[in-house]
Design a protein. Structure first.
Length: 140
């Protein structure tokens, strides 16, 4: 199978196998008006297999979402068919409107306009807590 490169855009690489659709949904890529390619089960020297997402054109990507899903993801910025920047990800200290608090008594379940804000409390366990009620977010 031959997958063409893109002239300008973003390549999200090193996605764990099966994770491309999750990222597609989290980033709302169904709303994008340019070409989006999802390539699954690509051979990888490092991991055996991986998924890749290619987004053509300008796209304002939320790196916090990607880092929360998987810190091993690499984001390549492409201009004139060349990689001009490679971004490595790390867990963000704060997540805003990425995940929602599951605590039914949290203010965010009553007040619809309040942002869902979580702070990283344990990097090793990838654990975030709601700043309003201190509930632990469930991992994806």
């Amino acid at each position: 199978m031959k997958i063409d490169g893109i002239k300008d855009g973003i390549v999200i690489d090193h996605i764990k196998v099966g994770g491309a659709m999750e990222i597609y949904n989290y980033l709302n890529l169904a709303e994008v008006t340019t070409s989006v390619a999802i390539i699954k089960n690509v051979k990888s020297e490092k991991t055996g297999k991986k998924d890749i997402i290619k987004i053509e054109g300008d796209f304002d990507i939320n790196y916090n979402i990607l880092a929360y899903i998987d810190q091993n993801i690499t984001v390549n910025i492409i201009k004139d068919s060349e990689v001009i920047e490679k971004k490595k990800l790390s867990l963000p200290d704060e997540l805003v409107d990425v995940i929602k608090c599951k605590n039914p008594r949290c203010i965010t379940t009553v007040e619809q306009e309040i942002e869902h804000i979580f702070k990283l409390t344990n990097k090793d366990k990838k654990q975030y807590r709601c700043i309003y009620c201190d509930s632990i977010a469930s991992n994806i």
